[in-house]
Design a protein around this ligand. Structure first.
Ligand SMILES: [Zn+2]
Length: 132
């Protein structure tokens, strides 16, 4: 029985890894994954500890992935240095499509202090910033 449990957790992470995308609907994916995990539990009679453990690992993986992607974004100064043509009078434009319509988003939730700008026209992440 032990192998079946390990196998199902492995399968779970395989599927999770395949469709997880923190920047686009990470929350929705997480909920879907929890449903899938619930399915696995019923199917393989996993015990509750496994469920908690997988949930925790899942959550921290998502957390780390998100933070890492955010951290890899340039900050404002780096962005301006990298794409000098994007610095307009009051706004910054998208380096990909040149659109001036940008919005900022919280990394983990709407009020998150770690934030980043994204282009509303093409959806690229532009640069990161912190709110103190
Ligand atoms: Zn754009």
């Amino acid at each position: 029985m032990y192998f079946i449990e390990l196998f199902s957790v492995f399968l779970f992470f395989l599927i999770f890894g395949a469709i997880f995308s923190p920047f686009l609907g990470g929350c929705l994916v997480l909920i879907v994954m929890l449903f899938l995990l619930g399915g696995f539990i019923v199917f393989f009679s996993l015990n509750f500890i496994w469920f908690i453990a997988a949930g925790l690992v899942l959550y921290s993986l998502g957390f780390v992935t998100k933070f890492y992607r955010w951290y890899k974004l340039p900050d404002y100064n780096e962005y301006i240095n990298r794409y000098p043509q994007c610095k307009l009078n009051n706004v910054v434009s998208c380096f990909k499509c040149g659109s001036e319509k940008t919005i900022h988003n919280g990394l983990f939730h709407k009020q998150s202090k770690l934030r980043y700008y994204i282009c509303t026209a093409c959806g690229s992440a532009l640069f990161r910033f912190k709110v103190l």
